[in-house]
Ligand binder design. Structure first.
Ligand code: HC3
Length: 484
């Protein structure tokens, strides 16, 4: 779709004329430049009012803090893949939205002509006047950026991608998303596009809503690890492969975060988070959590043997393990001196998450991060531990448990191998204890989410990222208006 077509959709931040998809969201040039500048490490904004400033074309320069919050809430992200690599479903939704806006523009032009000539109005066939579906024209007056159907559609259009390509895109051998129900090995080859990436047009959008992933038909001969993990020449290769994948998908490097430890949220910024409503803060954290999970999905893809599992088993492992891996990785963003975690570009204490109304979960999460830091794991140890957290044959709903067990055993060998090499054999017991704590944290998180879905069904159903819903809310899915 040409950029010109997208430009009929106004900027998702301020409503001005858009100039394309920037950082994963349709915005104007002004908001594109603003977001780019806001990502500089030295930049920090605060709101002098209640952090709920209206952002539109006229007022967008009045409050940088609220403008940035709206950019983040809409899903703008430095790492969003370019428009060209959107899935078929994303592109179809975008095309539908462009069409909707084009019709809206045509009707507005007809209206203006008609108003210019009132006599003809009476004879104008009533059909055109009824075409305006009120919700499309509904002004966005509510605190949520998405109120009209068009807004919800555009949000649901997933203009920003489900998966973030790792910084070094050549490492990413294609998107993973749910396509047809055939298993990856039953297709001899992917229909690669020019870049050698499998052609994502292979995606059959008529498939059930499982957007999370389908394992794209890889040409398995290229990547022996996926189909024949036992052919690994030695355990060192397994460890090297997992460590490399961890490094390429770790979202931030530890050295980067060390340099930012001084960047704490000021009192006003903390108050801004605490003055958000419960559902607003949940939506905000759900977006941030989904960002982090996308990296975990990329990491999983390159664990030797993960892709040889059936699609359903890969989905089952990610559904139960991705939050746990995010929490392991979170310990890399944690500063034990002041109990803060890197979040939204600065280091945040537990009080920042107060409006989630999940006090016990927050405390448990922070305690866990503190405990992980106390183990002083190396990046390699974190990489292998994360892989073991994910490849767990005891997870529920596995089709081929023994296959998962084989992959799990190879990862366990890798972890014990590097702990032995580091002369830290005693760590293995402590890591298994950490895994038990992770399972209880994940259980508590799902309990909170079930509560949230009952209390705020519309937010959960329409304003959480699709990937978040697929991973965490599909069991707890509550259709708005249903009573239980
Ligand atoms: C766990 C957390 C949500 C996720 C936050 C993440 C992991 C997001 C990615 C960032 O890069 C690092 C980060 C920092 C803080 C993490 C939050 C701490 C507390 C909060 C809740 C406990 C989970 C809320 C998840 C929910 C309710 C939206 O599902």
């Amino acid at each position: 779709m040409m950029r010109a077509q997208i430009e009929v959709i106004p900027c998702k931040i301020c409503g001005d004329k858009s100039s394309g998809v920037h950082y994963g969201v349709i915005t104007c040039e002004g908001c594109k430049g603003f977001f780019r500048r806001s990502q500089l490490p030295t930049v920090s904004y605060s709101c002098s009012r209640q952090s709920n400033c209206q952002i539109d074309r006229a007022s967008r320069n009045r409050c940088q803090h609220c403008r940035l919050q709206k950019c983040l809430a809409q899903g703008m992200s430095r790492d969003a893949v370019k428009f060209g690599r959107m899935s078929k479903r994303q592109r179809d939704s975008l095309i539908a939205e462009v069409e909707k806006h084009r019709q809206q523009q045509q009707q507005q032009q007809q209206q203006q002509q008609l108003q210019g000539d009132t006599q003809s109005l009476l004879s104008f066939p009533t059909k055109a006047r009824q075409d305006h579906s009120p919700q499309l024209l509904q002004p966005t007056t509510s605190p949520y950026p998405f109120t009209g159907e068009a807004e919800l559609l555009s949000y649901a259009a997933d203009v920003h991608p489900y998966l973030v390509c790792s910084p070094n895109e050549t490492q990413v051998s294609g998107m993973i998303y749910r396509g047809s129900s055939v298993s990856p090995t039953s297709r001899s080859h992917g229909r690669g596009d020019s870049s050698g990436h499998p052609d994502i047009r292979g995606f059959d959008s008529r498939q059930p809503s499982h957007e999370l992933m389908a394992i794209h038909p890889y040409n398995s001969l290229e990547d022996p690890y996926t189909i024949y993990p036992h052919s690994l020449r030695n355990i060192d290769e397994l460890c090297a492969s997992i460590v490399r994948s961890h490094r390429e998908t770790s979202q931030y490097r530890v050295e980067e975060l060390q340099a930012l430890r001084w960047k704490l949220f000021c009192r006003e910024e903390i108050q801004a988070y605490q003055s958000k409503s419960v559902d607003e803060m949940w939506q905000h954290c759900a977006i941030r959590l989904t960002d982090a999970v996308q990296y975990v999905v990329e990491f999983a893809k390159h664990i030797p043997g993960f892709r040889m599992l059936s699609q359903n088993d890969q989905i089952a492992l990610l559904k139960t393990g991705s939050m746990e891996v995010v929490l392991v990785r979170m310990s890399r963003f944690f500063n034990t001196e002041n109990n803060t975690v890197f979040f939204d570009g600065k280091f945040a204490g537990a009080e920042v998450f107060k409006s989630l109304a999940c006090g016990d979960l927050i405390i448990a999460v922070f305690d866990f991060a503190h405990g992980m830091c106390a183990l002083k794991l190396t990046e390699q140890q974190i990489a292998l531990f994360s892989a073991l957290v994910l490849i767990n044959a005891d997870r529920p709903c596995l089709e081929d448990r023994s296959r998962v067990q084989r992959v799990q055993r190879s990862v366990e060998l890798g972890l014990t191998h590097i702990l032995h090499r580091d002369n830290q054999d005693s760590l293995i017991r402590k890591l298994y204890q950490r895994m038990a704590v992770l399972r209880s944290l994940s259980g508590l998180h799902m309990e909170k989410l079930r509560w949230f879905c009952q209390r705020y069904p519309l937010t959960a159903h329409s304003l959480f990222p699709p990937l978040y819903k697929e991973l965490f809310a599909s069991e707890a899915e509550v259709v708005p208006g249903t009573t239980h």
